[in-house]
Design a protein around this ligand. Sequence first.
Ligand SMILES: [Zn+2]
Length: 252
Amino acid sequence: MNDQELLRYSRHILLDEIGIEGQERLRSASVLVVGAGGLGSPAALYLAAAGVGRLVLADGDTVDLTNLQRQILHTPSRIGWPKARSGELALRELNPDVDVLAIEARLADGALEAAVAQATVVLDCCDNFETRHAVNRACVKAGVPLVSGAAIRFDGQLAVFDPRQDHSPCYHCLFPDTDLPDPVQCATMGVFAPLTGIIGTLQAAEALKIAGGFGTPCVGSLLLVDARTLEITRMKVPRDPHCTVCGPQSRL
Ligand SMILES: [Zn+2]
């Protein structure tokens, strides 16, 4: 690290848990953020500010006026832009040291698998169950940790899955892909603006811990946040031995 970087990241380097070694691990990490909306905005901003070496931001939507209440990567002057490109501009401005790659598409199939396989850690910040399950399958297949977040109305969720650990469940263990809610319904529900900031920032924190090799990521737990009362519940979630994604049947 040069003098400029040592100064920029000095408040991280001063932490015993991180130090120069942890900060260098962050610089050599590549983080994939799927979704540049309410969760992806704060998550990507913190990852960039904190000095993650490479950030890949994927989103197939464009910036809309109704997004600006919570999607803090975007601005009124960028309404109509692809969200990934708008986010890329914001992240480059925040930290020019970070190598930002914008993917202006909803990642799926081979493109999703390739992007996941190149990542140190993946953040699921998307708004639909189809992508959530596809991202989970790709992470299990590639053995890449997944930090999953969700926020709707006043209810937030956070969970970390690490397929490198034997006891870790996957997203499908918790939320089997039967009885998926209507995607149109999800897209038009209200959401309390700072709740997306709370969950997205927690996702950034967990991803930095995994990429930097410090702290204890909350693998195998589901965190529920009720923003009406700020009641926070953390429950253990076991691996489902019959899971069709990470269980033994998936390897047959
Ligand atoms: Zn599973």
